[in-house]
Design a protein around this ligand. Sequence first.
Ligand code: THU
Length: 134
Amino acid sequence: MTDLQLMELAVEARERSYAPYSGFHVGAALLGKSGKVYLGCNVENAGYSPTNCAERTALFKAVSEGELEFTAIAIVGGKGKEIAEFCAPCGVCRQALAEFCEGDFRILLGTPKDIRVYTLNELLPFSFGKADLH
Ligand code: THU
């Protein structure tokens, strides 16, 4: 699975985004260590707070299917039909990913034509995790 393929899968996932309230459509493609890819989109709700981000949709799908380790995620988002140049994951999703992903977990942002690669350590420094509870 190349970075470009993972980004293209995120674009495909974004097509199924349910975002009638914000109009901001997000897609994510999460690569498990098994090699399997889990797709997710944001799913909004009239009650607003039950809304689930694309990244957590993908993560929870994966974990519920028994995949607990991951190497990378691609994320694309933007208003309407357009994919923004850059859609960074929200803080809640960074924390949710940190439960299962190492610091060198790769986060691909941007567009298929301009992929920018970050690590979880870069996007969530000084994080609170399971090691703090031991
Ligand atoms: N959203 C995501 O799906 N992922 C993010 O990391 C940022 C925000 C969604 C939530 C909501 O449906 C819409 O984008 C606007 O915030």
